[in-house]
Ligand binder design. Structure first.
Ligand SMILES: CC(C)(COP(=O)(O)OP(=O)(O)OC[C@H]1O[C@@H](n2cnc3c(N)ncnc32)[C@H](O)[C@@H]1OP(=O)(O)O)[C@@H](O)C(=O)NCCC(=O)NCCS
Length: 412
């Protein structure tokens, strides 16, 4: 007798704590009651899915609704999160069923994109997700006075601010930064209290509380940073503390220079760490000795084009052109087939065609190209794209090029 598959459905409000506890257990962590309350600030119950074994939740996931900045604007996106299956129920196909149902729901809601941060790189490729932005983790070992001699002068003021001030002053800076850069999610509703400004003591691991600073020039806040300090001392009693920059957002070069000068100038510290910086971060260019910065590059936001024509017609392009793509998409077969992309740069259309293809590629390759995080020329070197019309790879690169590297500054 075959066992019926475990039922999967959205949770009701009363089941929220149980869902969060299941996912925390899947991550090998324990959910603190305050964290469950904090999750509630942004939780959308109708976007949750849980698998039940009897009355016990054994796996789940949920989605944050946001707009993702794309070249030329933003598109509705599903921010996939809270993915976990209890160790007792793994490798029985539960995640596969959750992903199936979730992506169908995202499509029904008309969101062309889904995005996530992957705990392990092997998990999500089979569901069509691929790394679309990359982040640079900077580690700067200060020697003597680390100087930013190449950074612009800044005539404004850096000030420590309190969370209420930050709640009003930070979002406009974020939105200004985001308007020119693909890959950045919008931060709606109570997101700021939920993520960047949340500061429970148990998350500090020996660090200070979050220090909030702004850079103001001509009465306008042009930048902000959030950092923690971890004091430490060597055997001789010399200070060896670390500054951990949680987020630094600068709408102008002067703001960036002033905020980095502040973070690098903090007494009793010898290291500054800043994970998840954009690949074109000016910081290494500003250091007197660029070798003081060790940079580790890693995948950041993973993207899936849930609706290929809506995604391709919903961004702008760097030039005019027309290309027919033969897209392979095993998990979302509605995307499978040939699509003609035609654009004058700002407006674009993407329609099904019976015409011959210029390029053959998987949807995961298109997702990697979509925000400008990689090039078709690079993917061709990896033998991932087949060029049927000579010159089509170069034409695709000319269309998809973006001036600023895509950047996802925050894990969700
Ligand atoms: C990742 C996780 C959700 C997978 O759940 P699951 O129900 O076991 O997944 P499935 O049974 O649907 O697996 C589907 C396929 O993915 C593979 N797979 C799943 N998790 C994998 C992992 N961590 N590494 C490598 N392969 C993995 C399975 O082997 C299976 O392959 P197959 O189809 O060739 O047999 C679960 O292992 C988990 O909760 N891990 C800890 C928390 C975590 O990392 N969550 C992801 C957060 S981004």
């Amino acid at each position: 007798m075959s066992v019926p598959p475990l039922p999967i459905r959205p949770i009701d409000g009363a089941e929220f704590g149980a869902l969060v506890r299941t996912v925390e257990t899947a991550f090998g962590e324990a959910a603190h009651p305050d964290d469950i309350e904090r999750e509630r600030l942004v939780f959308e119950p109708d976007r949750s899915l849980a698998a039940f074994d009897g009355d016990r939740i054994v796996g789940g996931t949920w989605v944050f609704s946001f707009g993702l900045s794309v070249p030329g604007g933003e598109l509705p996106a599903a921010g996939v999160t809270g993915v976990g299956v209890l160790p007792t129920h793994r490798r029985q196909g539960l995640l596969t069923r959750l992903m199936r149902r979730q992506v169908d729901d995202v499509r029904d809601r008309g969101e062309p994109l889904a995005a996530l941060w992957a705990s392990e790189a092997q998990i999500y490729g089979r569901f069509g997700y691929a790394p679309a932005t990359f982040g640079a983790a900077h580690r700067i070992r200060k020697r003597g006075a680390t100087a930013l001699t190449r950074a612009p002068a800044a005539g404004g003021l850096v000030r420590l601010v309190d969370p209420d001030f930050a709640l009003a002053a930070f979002p406009p800076v974020y939105d200004r930064t985001r308007s020119g850069r693909p890959g950045m999610p919008s931060r709606r509703g109570r997101w700021w209290e939920y993520q960047l400004l949340a500061d429970p003591e148990r998350h500090r691991s020996g660090h200070s509380d979050k220090q909030l600073i702004t850079y103001t020039e001509a009465d306008e806040v042009d930048g902000y940073a959030v950092y923690r300090v971890k004091p430490s001392w060597d055997d001789r009693g010399a200070p060896t503390g670390t500054v951990d920059v949680v987020e630094l957002m600068a709408a102008t070069p002067a703001a960036g220079a002033a905020l980095w000068r502040h973070c690098l100038g903090i007494d009793l510290t010898t290291n500054v760490r800043a994970p998840r910086r954009p690949l074109d971060d000016p910081l290494p260019l500003w250091l007197d000795d660029p070798r003081q910065a060790q940079v580790v590059v890693a995948d950041a936001l993973w993207l899936r084009l849930v609706d290929v024509p809506a995604a391709l017609s919903g961004r702008s392009y760097a030039s005019t052109g027309r290309l027919t793509l033969d897209v392979r998409d095993a998990f979302c077969p509605w995307n499978d087939g040939r699509w003609t992309l035609e654009t004058d740069g700002s407006e674009a259309s993407c329609t099904r065609t019976r015409g011959s293809a210029d390029l053959v590629l998987d949807q995961t390759d298109l997702a990697m190209l979509y925000l400008g995080g990689t090039t078709a020329t690079g993917l061709t070197l990896a033998a991932r794209i087949e060029e049927r019309t000579p010159g089509a790879v170069a034409r695709l690169d000319a269309l998809f090029r973006v001036p600023l590297a895509p950047w996802a500054p925050e894990v969700f």
